[in-house]
Design a protein around this ligand. Sequence first.
Ligand code: UDX
Length: 470
Amino acid sequence: METSIPHVLIFPLPLQSTINSTLQLAELLCLAGGLRVTFLNTNHNQQRLLRHSDVQSRFEQYPGFRFLTISDGLPEDHPRSAEQFGDIISSLQSVAEPFLKEMLSDDVAVTCVIPDGLFYYAVDIGNEMGVPVIIFDTISPSCLWVYLCLPKLIEAGVLPFKGNLDALVTNVPALEGLLRRRDLPHFCLLDYRTDQNFQAVFKEIERIPKAHGLILNSFEDLDGPFLSCIRSYSPKTYAIGPVHLNLQTRLAAKATPLLSSSNSLWEEDHTSIKWLDEQSIGSVIYVSFGSLAVVSRNEMLEFWHGLMNSKVKFLWVMRPNMLKGGESHDQLMKELAEDCKGTGYIVSWAPQKMVLAHPSVGGFLTHSGWNSTLESVVEGKPMICWPQYVDQRVTSRLVNEFWKIGLDMKDICDRSVVEKMVKDLMGTKKDDYKKSVETLSEVAKISVREGGLSCHNLDCLINDIKGLAR
Ligand code: UDX
């Protein structure tokens, strides 16, 4: 590999959501030219990616790009379910730590590392070896800001929470008066001295000021107050999002043919688009809980009855590994698919960005994953939020109370509530939410165009990286 051209090593979390946004970032860096980019993926996910996405043909046009793979340290037949996420991360660390040390010890090979924020050890290794590290935190900035405030919450004796979950949270500037205890990441209810999530987050936030910079998938007009707060810990914070829109816009400007652009780890079912083609404008609610969330059989049925009773048409993604405890849902999915004919359509994985862009889709029942939220905002689709973990809980509150682009069903899973919210979002309250989310969508588009702040921040990031090579 030539040494004069800056070489960026990108190291994402082994998750669909992070692989999506980091591949988009990788492509943006490739488009900038004058950079070499290595994308470090786990063997397991690389195989799935090559099987189900178009990355191979898409990245062929960038001679400076390559994939590099490592083991995640787990046996091939390990289920790697979301419920085992902690184990996956520590197993991967045992492989990645020595790997990174060796790779960075050749001091001309890598100019800059872009790891996920949870890979705190990459910051330590980079600093030790004199290789700048720019963290890419793919969660929502508002949640990252909550993370940065956790030490203050502990110091003030606010954590661990006891009692009323509807009490407002203090000691988190910019979110005061808005966040209730129940809106915080789920682990805030646990004991910070022993909980694994807390320990991981503490390590993550401790490294933020020690890294060269921080990349966030958001735009100033969406998350401005939280970005300002985060900059007091990391002055070089680059808000370059929505990353997928930034990429789309730059590809269009270069007249690069827009391929289907899928980074999927599952096979996308395109019959969902055909089904949507047959529905009337704005009539369908899209239901998906992302790539990780697991639900119980009962919860699934509450949503099912709520949707059916609302009489609103729906397109629902039921992932194969979606039932709690690894229970197979094949039979249930078959039965539900049969019973909802005429009203609903069920697939196991959809081309989500295409679905959200489809004119027949009028709303999104989501778990408030950060990618899903941004994708929905960009397409101007209001949301009903049913969050589970980490940032989803903060995001859903902001969707409802701050950006006012949807409803928050937090901690409730009841068919009558589902029915009412679906009717509200798709009927009585439709116009209000639609108007505010369409305004945000427009602002997002302006931010990634030339002269917009996400476009400018991306240019600054690229110049920063190129400057590191001198
Ligand atoms: C997780 C967390 O849930 C989220 O809160 C955090 O911000 C990132 O990690 P995930 O649960 O998978 O991610 O949600 P999300 O961030 O929304 O990412 C899911 C991605 O999968 C989206 O980009 C979405 O477009 C894609 N997807 C989902 C599909 O392509 N097809 C589907 O059928 C469902």
